[in-house]
Design a protein around this ligand. Structure first.
Ligand code: HEC
Ligand code: HEC
Length: 219
């Protein structure tokens, strides 16, 4: 082999190795992200992500607004991952904890999905998704499926098109009032979506709609 051929072989091998070790951010679980965010991040960044959490008034530093345009549009998932992990530096200093010391990679991915929800969802959570999780498991999984894909066990024996709740784009089209109305009264005609007003309280209905919103993946 001529030396320039050897070099190009080395070059190609290098690229393959780089592709193998290069890291990509997987789709997180938005509900898990919601739980983790509200155990830790909200203290400084606030429920809404705007940087107005309970610690905000007590520390003498300004806390980033996570719904800021720059973080929404110009920061890739990978960069966000590293900023949260603490493996790349923040603009102004070292006031943001290095979460890589406390959280595993998949947990950070889930938090990113929830931060993207705060940035991109057109609708807030109408109730408590922790109440909703239990309601969903007890009543909705049979048709909508454990992950909300519309592929529950009943769909194998009954003809129906149980709605898929995992697309954030689709879910963004429906206001909370509409989803609450559908869960309360069901859908009319021959459609198999039952109404739940006899069985569930309004807290449970609002909670389960909140939970459904967190079945979507935000990227
Ligand atoms: C003790 C307060 C505190 C907590 C808790 C906290 N942060 Fe921060 N965060 C900050 C501060 C302060 C900044 C601004 C950066 C700086 O000044 O160093 C920041 C910045 C950020 C940034 C923007 C980084 C940049 O440079 O643009 C992201 C993203 C972020 N935080 C995510 C999170 C997430 C996710 C959590 C929870 C896992 C979290 N933060 C918890 C204080 C906190
Ligand atoms: C027996 C099966 C079945 C069960 C159980 C069921 N659903 Fe449905 N659901 C459906 C079907 C079928 C549709 C589609 C209705 C249509 O398009 O007319 C639907 C549609 C919906 C929609 C409308 C979403 C959209 O994008 O149009 C929501 C919200 C919903 N279901 C929530 C729930 C919740 C919450 C539960 C549990 C409390 C539940 N469903 C239980 C079958 C079911």
């Amino acid at each position: 082999m001529k030396s320039y051929e050897k070099n190009s072989v080395k070059f190609l091998a290098g690229i393959c190795l780089l592709a193998l070790v290069s890291f990509s951010v997987h789709a997180g679980n938005t509900y898990e992200g919601y739980m983790l965010y509200n155990q830790t991040c909200y203290l400084c960044h606030g429920d809404s992500g705007k940087g107005d959490g309970p610690l905000a008034g007590k520390i003498d530093i300004s806390i980033t607004d996570l719904t800021d345009d720059k973080l929404v549009n110009e920061t890739s998932d990978l960069k966000l991952f590293r900023l949260i992990q603490g493996t790349i530096k923040h603009g102004s200093g070292n006031n943001m904890p290095q979460w890589g010391l406390a959280l595993a990679g998949p947990q950070i991915e889930s938090i990113i999905s929830y931060v993207r929800f705060l940035q991109r969802s057109k609708h807030s959570l109408p109730g408590d998704p922790r109440i909703g999780e239990q309601v969903y498991r007890d009543n909705c999984v049979a048709c909508h499926g454990r992950l909300g894909k519309g592929d529950g066990i009943l769909t194998t024996v009954m003809k129906m098109n149980a709605a898929d709740h995992t697309s954030s784009m689709e879910m963004n089209k429906h206001p909370n009032s509409q989803l609450i109305e559908i869960v309360t009264n069901g859908t009319p005609g021959k459609s198999l979506m039952p109404g739940w007003k006899e069985k569930l309280s309004s807290d449970e209905i609002e909670g389960v709609v909140a939970y459904i919103r967190l079945l979507s993946t935000y990227r």
